[in-house]
Every structure is written in structure tokens, then in C-alpha cells.
Design a protein around this ligand. Structure first.
Ligand SMILES: C[S@@+](CC[C@H](N)C(=O)[O-])C[C@H]1O[C@@H](n2cnc3c(N)ncnc32)[C@H](O)[C@@H]1O
Length: 204
């Protein structure tokens, strides 16, 4: 099949990571490669918030978010692969977590309620979107007016990050793709070993 190209940036869109490879998301080296504790701390998730782990996979970040929002908050965990949601639900059950709402999305719609989210987090996900422009429009509708869209993406500018090129994104690409869809990149945090953290807000 021909590779999809983003019409604005010219970026090659990566294929969706199959649930058959979900073990890779749980590899122990992830702690040192991605420092998830540091990443999640930077997001300032507070008790009572409504947040979304979009492209949640097997729930590596979902469980961390669920603990931070606590019993008065909730986490929508969206994925397009039913098998990923099964793995996620198994994990939630064994961890005794009950403030997560699993959602089966589609490649152009995360199926989130309008103006409901304080934060939508995409960890190693945006570069896989088959319909990135439509997903951005739907995510914009789902965010509260002061909500944040956060992307974690492997740094394309850094050749020493050992990840295939189509699974990386540069700051220029993210700006080029998000700005026409009504977002501004508010901050780029470079405190993780391999990834940029993009904090994006709705344009006024
Ligand atoms: C590389 S995995 C990352 C999983 C998880 N965020 C993590 O860090 O462990 C990417 C995930 O995004 C999901 N995905 C791809 N396109 C999607 C879309 N349009 N909506 C929701 N999920 C999507 C895939 O099914 C896959 O589970």
C-alpha cells in the first residue's frame, strides 16, 4: 500500500502499531528511555480533572493519569483497536482502578463528549493518525476552552534517538500541522531523554 503523506507538511504518516506488538509498550527499558514519571509530572494533572489518554494502547499512561485525577476525576482512554482496549481493561481490573472510561474510537473520531476535556494526551500516537486533520478538529471540539492538547513525540531533529524516522516528529512539523487546525504550540519542553513534549492550546 502507498504511504500516506500529510498534505501540509509532507510528512510520511507511520502505520498504526498493531496490538500484536503491545509487549513493546510494556518493555522495562521504557522507564529509562522515556522517563514517564517526569513526563507525567510536567503535565500538572490535578485531582478532579477530566482527561483523555488518546491512543491509550495497553494503558501505560492511563493508569498513571487515573491515579492523579483520583476518585473525583475521570480518564477517557481511547483507542481504535479493540484488542488494545481489552489489554487496557485487564490492566485496570488488576490494578483496582475504576475511574477510567474505555472508548473505541475510529481513525477520524475519538468519540469524546464536546467541551469535556481538561487535557488530551497523545504519547507516541499523533504520527500514526491516518486522518490527522480530522482528528485535530474532533479533539479541538472535545477540549474545554482552556484545555490542553499534549503530544509526546520522539525528536526528529536528534539523529541519536534510535527510532525509525516516520515515528519521530520535529517541532517545525508539529507547528505546520497543528496551527491550521486552530491550535497554537504554547510550549515545547525538552526534559525527556528522547521525546519532545508539545503543550498546545486552542487559538482564540
Ligand atoms: C505506539 S502506540 C502508543 C500507545 C500508548 N500511548 C503508549 O504510550 O503506551 C499508538 C496507539 O495509538 C492508537 N491509534 C492510532 N491511531 C489512532 C486514532 N486515530 N485514534 C485512537 N487511537 C489511535 C493505536 O491503535 C495504538 O494503540
Amino acid at each position: 500500500m502507498a504511504q500516506a503523506i500529510h498534505p501540509v507538511s509532507g510528512r510520511v504518516v507511520a502505520p498504526v502499531m498493531s496490538a500484536a506488538g503491545a509487549d513493546w509498550l510494556e518493555r522495562s527499558e521504557r522507564e529509562s528511555e522515556e522517563n514517564p514519571a517526569k513526563a507525567i509530572h510536567a503535565l500538572q494533572i490535578k485531582p478532579g480533572m477530566t482527561v483523555c489518554d488518546l491512543g491509550a494502547g495497553s494503558g501505560y499512561y492511563t493508569v498513571r493519569m487515573a491515579r492523579l485525577v483520583g476518585p473525583t476525576g475521570k480518564v477517557f482512554a481511547v483507542d481504535i483497536q479493540p484488542r488494545m482496549l481489552e489489554l487496557l481493561e485487564r490492566r485496570l481490573k488488576s490494578a483496582g482502578i475504576n475511574n477510567v472510561i474505555p472508548v473505541l474510537g475510529t481513525e477520524d473520531d475519538p468519540k469524546l463528549p464536546p467541551k469535556s476535556q481538561d487535557l488530551i494526551l497523545l504519547v507516541d500516537v499523533y504520527h500514526e493518525f491516518a486522518r490527522p486533520q480530522l482528528m485535530l478538529r474532533r479533539m479541538r471540539e472535545a477540549l474545554k476552552d482552556d484545555g490542553r492538547l499534549v503530544l509526546l513525540e520522539f525528536r526528529k531533529e536528534d539523529a541519536s534517538v534510535p527510532i525509525r524516522l516516520e515515528h519521530k516528529m520535529s517541532i517545525a512539523e508539529v507547528k505546520m500541522e497543528l496551527e491550521p487546525e486552530g491550535f497554537r504550540v504554547d510550549k515545547v519542553l525538552d526534559l525527556l531523554p528522547w521525546q519532545h513534549i508539545f503543550i498546545c492550546k486552542k487559538k482564540d
